[in-house]
Ligand binder design. Structure first.
Ligand code: ADP
Ligand code: MG
Length: 151
C-alpha cells in the first residue's frame, strides 16, 4: 500500500491514525533518507499512543523511552557501528517488554529484526513538501491497520 502526504502536518496526522491502531508488541520499521519524515511520522504515532512528551530523533542515545497508553521505545540506529552494539543497548529485552517499538533507519539492523513487523519506506515526492509512504505488512498484526489506513 502507498499513501501520499503533502505537508508535515499530513504526515503527522497519518502517524496519529497509525498510533491509535497499534497494539502491544508492535514493531514499526522506518526507512528513508535524512529529512524524509521518519521523525515527523513518529511524532504522530506517539500522539496516537497518547504520549505527551515532545519526540526528537534519538540519534546519539540510540533509544528514547516514552509512556503513553502503551510504552513507546523510539530507536534511531543511524549511528550504530555494528550489531553487537544493538545487543549491548538491550534490543532483545526491549522486544520482550510489550511496548511499541519504532526504529528509524531500520534497514541497518534488518538481520536483527523479528519476523513480524510493519515496514514503512518514506520517499520524497513532487515539490518540497510531498512524501510518498510505502507500507509493507509482515505479519497479521498489521493487516487490519493497513485496511483502516487505506480507507
Ligand atoms: P527524518 O527523521 O526522516 O530525518 P524529519 O522528520 O526529522 O526526517 O524531517 C522531515 C523534514 O521534512 C522536516 O523538516 C519537515 O518539515 C519536512 N517535510 C516537508 N514535507 C513533509 C511531509 N509531507 N512529511 C513530513 N515531513 C515533511
Ligand atoms: Mg529522524
Amino acid at each position: 500500500m502507498r499513501l501520499v502526504t503533502d505537508s508535515p502536518r499530513e504526515t503527522f496526522e497519518l502517524g496519529v491514525r497509525i498510533g491509535k491502531g497499534l497494539t502491544a508488541g508492535a514493531i514499526i520499521c522506518l526507512s528513508g533518507e535524512l529529512g524524509a519524515g521518519k521523525t515527523a511520522l513518529t511524532q504522530g504515532i506517539a500522539k496516537g499512543l497518547e504520549v505527551e512528551d515532545y519526540i526528537t530523533s534519538p540519534t546519539y542515545t540510540i533509544v528514547n523511552e516514552y509512556q503513553g497508553r502503551l510504552p513507546l521505545y523510539h530507536f534511531d540506529v543511524y549511528r550504530l557501528e555494528n550489531e553487537e552494539e544493538l545487543y549491548e543497548i538491550g534490543f532483545d529485552e526491549y522486544l520482550e517488554r510489550g511496548g511499541v517499538i519504532i526504529i528509524e533507519w531500520a534497514s541497518i539492523i534488518e538481520d536483527a529484526l523479528p519476523h513480524e513487523h510493519l515496514w514503512i519506506t518514506i520517499e520524497r515526492g513532487e515539490g518540497l513538501d510531498q512524501r510518498v509512504l510505502h507500507f509493507h505488512s509482515r505479519g497479521k498484526l498489521y493487516e487490519e491497520l493497513l485496511k483502516e489506513l487505506s480507507q
